[in-house]
Design a protein around this ligand. Structure first.
Ligand SMILES: *[C@@H]1O[C@H](CO)[C@@H](O)[C@H](O)[C@H]1NC(C)=O
Ligand SMILES: [Zn+2]
Ligand SMILES: [Zn+2]
Length: 439
């Protein structure tokens, strides 16, 4: 098409768009403008910094939960509490179906902060090094935007503040407590150090791996290190077990189906001249489908027991699911992905909606997959080239970019509004009006 012919058309479109006034601005862009408002941003940053100064571990997020509830009170948003010890479930909108949930995790990590700044953790040995303080602040930001626009909600947005994402299975406990009963779809996000601020990254289908832990005790017969014939050496047996476990991924798995088996723990012995009675090994395994995950689990046990017996040792294997429930694969709904691309594209421009390759890391958001019909988990960028690279999550030097908070807040709010509009206009009959104080 000739350029000269395009110009008048574009001018005409521009004229039509601008003549309709502010109504032509996509809602998501309006929400982002609101969240970037200096006063709004300062409020979110203030919440984030207060949480950062007082980090709390899984199921101990009492002050964080209290802060969330006091902010919800100030906004006039109704909530239920406690759910799964410290969890909070809040409601914005009609109080009727459809229900779309937005989730933030609240917990910190058991580690010492190394960043020297005004709002450094005041609790020795505890730190928000994964950005969950930012997730909470952004979800409160989304709550404020939704509350300001509650008349537009064609259904109900449910805000879930969950405990214990870092290995404690807080999402699972929330589900067991009934927190997602009746929820039609759920959105969650993580702040990302490797995506530019102003951009987001995601993909449909599997995005985070399923994950499990295991620990094995390999037992032989201890004795003098110089008289091996009178012993059954569990250290050598464990070494062979570890090498054999490496063959599960390299020889038994489809090379195109990503999997990991890592031994991260090897404990046994203590003297140079004593063969110990037993050795403990432990580690983690990851996969992107239930089948591959279950296959790995079964083979890990068989290889440990079988290979130990080659060296006359016995072995017991424990998958530690009491303390560390298996995390399912995090899978993104295709229809929610299409909605995400549309909403995020309108807000940030299509070039800032990036494709993300799946990560071997696990996320307890995956538990919602079995309990909610449609789930979607995405990444909100924090990186700013001018300010240099960010340290990765779980580093003692980790710092979030607080300028990313408006993006998380506006996107969550926009996704909720868009989802409810889409569902209401297609399948569900119009929701009944209820008085606001019934919410
Ligand atoms: C990146 O950082 C620079 C310097 O602090 C700042 O001026 C700029 O606005 C930031 N960019 C974005 C997109 O936030
Ligand atoms: Zn983490
Ligand atoms: Zn995290």
């Amino acid at each position: 098409m000739a350029f000269s012919k395009q110009v008048p058309l574009l001018l005409l479109l521009f004229f039509v768009a601008s003549s309709t006034g502010s109504g032509s601005e996509p809602e998501s862009a309006r929400f982002l403008r609101r969240a970037k408002d200096p006063e709004f941003l300062e409020w979110m940053v203030g919440i984030r910094r207060r949480i950062h100064e007082n980090p709390e571990l899984g199921y101990e997020e009492f002050e964080t939960s209290r802060l969330i509830r006091s902010e919800l009170d100030l906004m006039g948003i109704r909530y239920e509490h406690p759910i799964a010890v410290t969890g909070v479930k809040a409601f914005v909108g009609s109080g009727n179906p459809p229900f779309v949930a937005l989730r933030a995790d609240m917990d910190a990590l058991a580690m010492q902060e190394s960043v020297e700044w005004e709002h450094k953790s005041k609790v020795p040995g505890k730190m928000h090094a994964c950005g969950h303080d930012g997730h909470v602040a952004a979800l409160l930001g989304a709550a404020k935007i939704l509350q300001e626009n509650h008349d537009e909600l064609k259904g109900t947005a449910v805000l879930l503040f969950q405990p214990a994402e870092e290995g404690g299975g807080g999402a699972k406990k929330m589900i067991e407590a009934g927190a997602v009963k009746g929820i039609d779809a759920i959105f969650g996000f993580h702040l990302a150090t490797d995506v530019a601020v102003g951009a987001v990254a995601c993909r449909p289908g599997p995005i985070m791996a399923g994950s499990g832990f295991f620990e094995a005790v390999i037992s032989g017969k201890g004795g003098h290190a110089a008289i091996p014939q009178h012993t059954i050496d569990p250290i050598l047996a464990a070494s062979n077990v570890i090498v054999s476990l490496q063959h599960l991924v390299s020889r038994e798995a489809d090379p195109l189906d990503s999997q990991v088996v890592t031994i991260a723990k090897f404990q046994g012995g203590g003297a140079f001249n004593v063969i110990p009675d037993s050795v403990i090994i432990g580690g983690t395994f990851r996969a992107f489908s239930k089948e591959s995950f279950n296959q790995l689990k079964q083979r890990i046990e068989e290889v440990i027991v079988g290979q130990a017996s080659v060296q006359r040792c016995s072995a017991t294997v424990d998958f530690l699911t009491e303390e560390h429930p298996f995390f399912p694969v995090t899978v993104n709904s295709k229809t929610l992905h299409d909605r995400f691309e549309k909403v995020a594209g309108e807000m940030l421009g299509p070039k800032n909606v990036r494709e993300r390759t799946p990560l071997m890391g696990a996320e307890d958001f995956s538990f919602f997959s079995d309990a909610v019909p449609e789930t979607y988990y995405y990444f909100v960028g924090m990186a700013n080239e001018t300010e240099g690279p960010l340290h990765p999550g779980h580093s003692p030097h980790f710092k979030i970019n607080e300028n990313a908070l408006p993006y998380g807040a506006a996107l969550q709010a926009s996704l909720a509004v868009s989802y409810l509009s889409g569902v209401s206009s297609s399948s569900t009959p119009p929701a009944k009006e209820v008085a606001r104080d019934e919410l």
